[in-house]
Ligand binder design. Structure first.
Ligand code: AR6
Length: 166
């Protein structure tokens, strides 16, 4: 399995699947969620409505509609509340459940944003460590390439440092 980092807007990536850092309503919001819904078009919201929401750590797949990505996996990450409310386990579940769906759908290339590290205030380094550890331990046949899509140079350097040193 190949693991890469890039600094990019995830809505521009021509990959099999991009992951959306959603909220439990699955009806859109700010941050990367808002950007994905804007770029995918209104069909995405119509499709997400049918799920009736999801729990933190779960994942749901939709088409990408007007996005260059074929699919979107929507997963609500945990809100950071100090770290003793199950946040690490819930964040790990976001990655495992997203990878499970990507494997079932035979997606070769997946791109993840930094789930929970924006509005949900998860400490960036700790969140990136969970992301890297979980994808490295992934035993599935798919995906074969994992891209950590970083929205800033600062986040990119956090991921690169962890990938080089941990
Ligand atoms: N491409 C890649 N990364 C992005 C993009 C983009 N276009 N836009 C933002 N990011 P956040 P969360 C980065 O806040 O913390 C929403 O309102 C951003 O810089 O989007 O999981 C949802 O509806 C940060 O590094 O997600 C929820 O209510 C990362 O994506 C809530 O925010 C995640 O930041 C979820 O909060």
């Amino acid at each position: 399995m190949i693991i890469r980092t890039i600094k990019a807007d995830i809505t521009t990536l021509e990959v099999d699947v991009i992951v959306n850092a959603a909220n439990c309503s699955l009806l859109g919001g700010g941050g990367v969620d808002g950007a994905i819904h804007r770029a995918a078009g209104p069909e995405l919201l119509e499709t997400c409505r049918k799920f009736g929401g999801s729990q933190t750590g779960e994942a749901r797949i939709t088409p990408g509609f007007r996005l260059p990505a074929k699919y979107v996996i929507h997963t609500p990450g945990p809100v950071w509340r100090g770290g003793s409310h199950g946040e690490p386990e819930l964040l790990r579940a976001c990655y495992v459940n997203s990878l499970t769906i990507a494997n079932e759908t035979r997606c070769r290339v997946i791109a993840f944003p930094g789930i929970s590290i924006g509005v949900y205030r998860y400490p960036k380094r700790e969140a990136a460590q969970i992301a890297v550890q979980t994808v490295r331990a992934w035993p599935g046949e798919f995906p074969q390439e994992i891209i950590f899509c970083c929205f800033s140079a600062e986040i990119l350097s956090v991921y690169n440092e962890i990938l080089q040193n941990d």
